[in-house]
Design a protein around this ligand. Structure first.
Ligand SMILES: Nc1ncnc2c1ncn2[C@@H]1O[C@H](COP(=O)(O)OP(=O)(O)O)[C@@H](O)[C@H]1O
Ligand SMILES: Nc1ccn([C@@H]2O[C@H](COP(=O)(O)O)[C@@H](O)[C@H]2O)c(=O)n1
Ligand SMILES: [Mg+2]
Length: 447
């Protein structure tokens, strides 16, 4: 039996360890055959879903209407949870004052999930127009909603069901005092819904307030953003509108460059990147005789970090691929000039490997172009290069994607652009300094 070096041993360990690796659409592959992971593509082109919850009459619909109006963009659609109220039976209708419209069961959540699933798959849907006066969802013609890049889903209980919550990329809670909500509700239900004030108050104390305390308020903790004062909070609405514009810009870039993948979490860039590599399923029997299912990458891998910032991503890569070889490239950069290669140390057999190129920031694209050019010179096929980064500027994306149409870029954010010092804005300053604690502020703090 041949002896293996420590490095070889570590390398072989890196090959089967992805048992818990579940990305939509990857789990059901057949074992034993090579599986190109291209089906992950659509996942990254999916719409950005914003959930908006809050008590009844807190101002959810008004906030969403303002956002949609300000954006004035057909790529943004609004879905109201109200549309999914169950139709009341004849018996329920005769005793409507005893019906609780504020419980999760009052909504047809299965239908809501089906509608959201279709929209996420790029299909148009017909959404019921709920009649608050007649308690029916099939009286008015349904509203046709086309697939969109941004879907806003609003309603009192949209954060209640974990399956609905899981669809959301951003969650907003509209926080309005109970007395204001009650006053607005009385006004709305008496004026718009022609209800008697006594009935409105009875419904409030019997159903609305207890359900708010039991089911709506407990979901506030899921919110990423809490908006006090609803539609009067222009600052919050402007910020949200700006964020959505950024997301729409990202979708545009993904439409132009099919090799660009914007994922929603900075923590998963490396894991998602690995999901793009061809693999086979593999089972191993553990020392305790249990069978462990994992995946085996079809080609060997290596990481290459662009010094210094890229080194910050090495731990994440090593955590996923124990013992993976990691090469280094140092490029001298001044301003927008990332042209000078100072140092490189790469695996000798790099041309036989898939290369995960690590650099958290893609600014002008010059350093990336320099690094990718070196990899090509070393014989790595362009399509075997996966460039992983956290924050990109549109300029850098254009430069890299145009020049190297066959590499894949996985990033978690495409920001507005570059400033005069060629730093990504709003960005985070010099990433390497921030990560390694060598920026001026950190040095002063530790003195
Ligand atoms: N900031 C506000 N000032 C005054 N009235 C408001 C304000 N926000 C909402 N409203 C009114 O209060 C009622 C409830 O608002 P709406 O946006 O429908 O809330 P929700 O969708 O949370 O039930 C509506 O009649 C709306 O016009
Ligand atoms: N037929 C109905 C259906 C619902 N309600 C009340 O509407 C509230 C939810 O809608 P919001 O726009 O305010 O979020 C909820 O509190 C229900 O009680 C109703 O009164 N009649
Ligand atoms: Mg509403």
């Amino acid at each position: 039996m041949g002896t293996k070096s420590a490095v070889d041993l570590m390398e072989s360990l890196s090959e089967v360890h992805f048992s818990g690796f579940h990305i939509d659409g990857l789990e059901q592959r057949k074992a034993g055959t090579e599986q190109p992971t291209t089906s992950t593509t659509d996942m990254y082109k999916q719409p950005f879903v914003i959930g908006v919850a809050g008590g009844a009459a807190s101002g959810k619909t008004s906030v969403c209407d303002m956002i949609v109006q300000q954006l004035h963009d057909q790529r943004v659609v609004l879905v109201n949870q109200d549309s999914f109220y169950h139709n009341l039976t004849q018996e329920e209708l005769t005793r409507v004052q005893d019906y609780n419209f504020d419980l999760p069961e009052a909504f047809d959540t299965e239908q809501l999930l089906r509608v959201m699933d279709k929209l996420k798959r790029g299909q148009a849907v017909d959404i019921p127009n709920y009649d608050f006066k007649g308690y029916k969802n099939d009286v008015f013609p349904a509203r046709r909603v086309n697939p969109a890049d941004v879907i806003i889903l609003e309603g009192i209980l949209v954060f209640h069901d974990p399956r609905v919550r899981a669809l959301m990329n951003m969650k907003i809670f509209v926080d309005t005092d109970a007395d204001v909500r009650l006053a607005r509700r009385i006004k709305r239900d008496t004026a718009d819904n022609a209800r008697d004030i006594g009935a409105v108050l009875d419904q409030y104390s019997k159903f609305v307030k207890p359900a708010f305390d039991d089911f709506i308020l407990p979901t506030k903790k899921y919110a990423d953003i809490i908006i006090p004062r609803g539609r009067d909070n222009h600052v919050a609405i402007d910020l949200i509108v700006q964020h959505i514009r950024t997301k729409l810009g990202q979708h545009d870039m993904c439409k132009i460059y099919r090799n660009l993948y914007v994922i929603q979490s900075t923590f998963q860039v490396v894991e998602h990147g690995l999901g793009h590599l061809p693999f086979t399923e593999k089972q191993v029997t553990t020392p305790t005789a249990s069978v462990y299912s994992g995946v085996d990458f079809c080609k060997r891998l290596c990481g290459v970090s662009i010094i210094r910032s890229g080194e910050s991503m090495e731990n994440a890569l090593r955590a996923c691929c124990k013992g993976i070889k990691i090469g280094k490239i140092l490029i001298h950069r001044e301003g927008d000039n990332g042209q000078q290669l100072i140092y490189e140390k790469l695996p000798n057999d790099i041309s036989d490997r898939h290369v995960l190129l690590l650099d958290p920031i893609l600014g002008t694209g010059n350093s990336a172009v320099e690094a990718i050019s070196l990899l090509l010179k070393k014989g790595v096929p362009e399509s075997n290069i996966l460039f992983l980064n956290l924050v990109s500027a549109p300029q850098g994306v254009h430069v890299v994607c145009k020049r190297f149409p066959r590499i894949k870029i996985v990033t978690s954010e495409i920001e507005i652009g570059l400033n005069e010092a060629f730093r990504v804005i709003p960005g985070m300053g010099e990433f390497g300094d921030r990560y390694f604690g060598t920026d001026d502020d950190d040095q002063q703090a530790s003195q």
